[in-house]
Design a protein around this ligand. Sequence first.
Ligand code: SAM
Ligand code: SF4
Length: 351
Amino acid sequence: MNQTITGPVAPAPDVHSPKAPIIDPFGRTISYLRVSVTDRCDFRCTYCMAENMTFLPKKDLLTLEEMDRLCSAFIARGVKKLRLTGGEPLVRKNVMSLVESLSRHLESGALEELTLTTNGSQLARHAADLARFGVRRINVSIDTLDPEHFRAITRWGDLAQVMEGVEAALAAGIAVKLNAVALKGLNEDEIPSMLRFAHARGMDLTLIETMPLGETGEDRTDRYLPLSDLRRRLEEEFTLTDLPDRTGGPARYVKVAETGGRLGFITPLTHNFCESCNRVRLTCTGTLYMCLGQNDAADLRSVLRAPDSTEQDLFSAIDAAIALKPKGHDFIIDRKTSGPKIARHMSVTGG
Ligand code: SAM
Ligand code: SF4
């Protein structure tokens, strides 16, 4: 089902109070909003972007004030966790002013967690402010600890700069989780050393399967590594004990006896996690995607920009959008389906 709502949505007959939770047609309560604050990035990771990307014109982007207004509407309707992502969130000009303004919802208690996913390149200069504005945990994406492999995977990245960012975040008291995309023939042999490195510094490590999102100029079937295989190989070296699922998210965690740390697996291809999905994604142009792996979307920017639009108009548009949330995705990577399942890049929807 590919549906797009354009233009202001007529107020729903059942007008919601600001406190009414957002519940989708399958009874799932939406409590987690991921916001892509920019589609731009200072890296060009081979599985994520093509080297020559065409980015959105700046005029199409929501202003930071518009983002704040939309996020605040979601928070008023029960969103408890908000993640800023991208693209690279920390390359958006003045992004810290958005973090600062959103932090009022942490202070009021309406929001439980404000966090971000970053490539770490700009983290050293922002870590102290992030901590000051109430960010307690962040995810940093690092696929390898080898500087040359890092450059090859990110095309433009500098591992030393990212490591400086990680250290700055830890020094500021922010808990860091490392995210690594498992890439056949690129970093698969490095996972044990990354595990030891992360756990020795008190960081969790989460492994992610490559997802078929957007053209990158590469064939993903060559790099796709099922995490079920990787887990079996890790179990030859480590004792992994499943932990109960408490996040409601896509990651399944295990405890690693030898290191005492936690290892997560995000397996959109080998394990379907949709039944407990509690999240939606907002792009930097104000399009709300109800599922990372489907095209159902709603244009909230036109509601925001409609003359005299009220908070109630936003609530109604959010409700109409959530009514389209699909049951789940159906990603597949195989020889017959090697092109992207979804044409938009992860950097647009917000990974
Ligand atoms: N630039 C930031 C970063 O790299 O952390 C935030 C955005 S990035 C799109 C978010 C996460 O998505 C990263 O951990 C990245 O490795 C992951 N990612 C990007 N493209 C992916 C794909 N096609 N399949 C799986 N993970 C992907
Ligand atoms: Fe940029 Fe993150 Fe995509 Fe890498 S994964 S190109 S850092 S948005």
